[in-house]
Design a protein around this ligand. Structure first.
Ligand SMILES: Nc1nc2c(ncn2[C@@H]2O[C@H](COP(=O)(O)OP(=O)(O)OP(=O)(O)O)[C@@H](O)[C@H]2O)c(=O)[nH]1
Ligand SMILES: [Mg+2]
Length: 405
């Protein structure tokens, strides 16, 4: 279980850093244009109001042509030189930020180059990197002083380069990497260094890989769902895209402008020629057809999933925690604590009520005693008065008569 092993040893890996978009940024002048100005009017309107950011990461085994493809795909020399991969522990993500302006449309573009994957645990650095960007975005989003435009370093698209040498067989290494990455971001698989194929071999390799993706339930990016079915077919029908990259320019015929390509003794392989590879069509489908959708799905699907799992792992108040592993036991404890508390409160109320009744009863008894006392006093007074009246009314007793003579 190499992935589990990698996760257990993850603390030995170098720390993943958050990069800032305002760092060194170059201005690109791709020729021919990348195609962003062919976006729909509504999207263009939004871009003019609030410039959008697109971050594209290139991942794959060492030496597959990732750095060269960045330059070829973005028609530029963003990545100046090829990186040294001798140090196996040195798996890094290098951002190349650039500003792009086509027909008044501005795009903050960042190409993220990665030094080639050698071992299964190398991928953990990439997935950590993706998570770090999601986390950073979430922190900024919930900050008390949230900026009007959130700096977006989330990866909107991963180009995953597959070896063409396997001729359509998916290695367990690539299968695991694709499964892990496609759970976290939009992934478009590419057949790298496709200049080894004849057209028929290329077709067969694509067919076989498409079957492997289906068999292993690898969910690759398939273009915008609400897009014209023909465009969606253009996307899915060509997947995995066969790409050829080069930093060299060659002249085909006398008087022609130099074209990007690889020159062999038997002829020139042109990067931009649709008969030779899919780079031009891939660029059109990504930069024109899917640009907005890539950004939206990153936010609505992958970032949303990150937030949910982050909340689950970090705990929420019990009232909204049905997904917590000991939710049931916590709920039962809370309920019994509540019942006990209510019984205690009820007992206190009953005791206080009885004490008040007793006080009132004794007050009442004292009042009755006083009333009785007063009644007796009044009766006694009344009796005395009556006696006095009687005495007063009684005629004086006649004096005894004196005897005559
Ligand atoms: N035949 C062929 N060679 C290519 C192609 N793309 C790049 N290369 C060559 O492959 C070699 C490695 O290219 P890089 O772009 O450095 O590859 P990388 O994937 O960035 O390599 P690491 O960063 O070391 O992992 C260079 O010599 C390139 O010229 C291609 O499409 N076909
Ligand atoms: Mg490289």
């Amino acid at each position: 279980m190499p992935l589990e092993y990698a996760l257990q040893n993850s603390r030995h890996r170098p720390e993943v850093k958050f990069w800032k978009t305002e760092e060194v940024s170059v201005t690109l002048h791709p020729d021919p244009a990348l195609g962003i100005s062919y976006l729909e009017a509504a999207t263009l309107e939004r871009i003019h109001r609030r410039p959008i950011t697109l971050n594209v990461m290139f991942v794959g085994a060492a030496g597959l042509g990732k750095s060269t493809l960045i330059n070829s795909f973005f028609q530029s020399d963003l990545v100046a030189g090829c990186e040294d991969t001798d140090d196996l522990d040195d798996v890094r993500v290098t951002p190349y930020p650039a500003q792009l302006e086509e027909d008044g449309v501005n795009l903050h573009l960042t190409a993220l180059d990665t030094v080639g994957l050698h071992r299964t645990e190398d991928l953990v650095l990439i997935t950590d990197y993706l998570d770090t960007q999601y986390h950073q975005y979430m922190v900024t989003e919930h900050a008390p002083r949230r900026p009007a435009v959130l700096p977006d370093t989330r990866v909107h698209l991963i180009f995953y380069l597959l070896q063409s040498g396997t001729r359509g067989r998916l290695t367990p290494f690539d299968r695991r990497n694709l499964q892990a990455l496609s759970a976290k971001a939009n992934v478009v698989p590419l057949l790298a260094k496709a200049d080894i194929f004849t057209p028929e071999e290329r077709h067969q390799a694509k067919l076989q890989l498409a079957q492997e993706f289906e068999r292993h339930a690898i969910e690759t990016y398939r273009g915008p769902a609400d897009e014209d079915p023909a465009e969606v077919q253009a996307f899915t029908g060509r997947e995995p895209f066969a790409v050829i990259a080069s930093d060299q320019f060659h002249t085909v015929g006398a008087g022609d402008s130099p074209v990007r390509g690889r020159l062999y003794p038997w002829g020139l392989v042109e990067v931009e020629n649709p008969a030779h590879c899919d780079v031009a069509e891939l660029r059109r489908l990504v930069m024109s057809v899917s640009l907005h959708d890539l950004i939206e799905t990153t936010h609505d699907t992958y970032y949303a999933a990150f937030r949910v799992s982050h909340m689950r792992l970090n705990g929420r108040p019990e009232s909204v925690m049905p997904f917590d592993a000991d939710f049931e036991s916590k709920l039962t404890t809370t309920q019994s604590q509540f019942v006990g508390l209510m019984q205690q409160r009820e007992e206190q109320l009953r005791t206080a009520f009885m004490a008040r009744i007793r006080d009132k009863e004794s007050e009442l008894r004292q009042y009755e005693d006083k009333a009785l006392q007063r009644e007796l006093e009044l009766e006694a007074e009344d009796l005395q008065r009556q006696e006095a009246e009687l005495e007063a009314r009684q005629p004086e007793s006649p004096k005894p008569a004196s005897k005559p003579g």
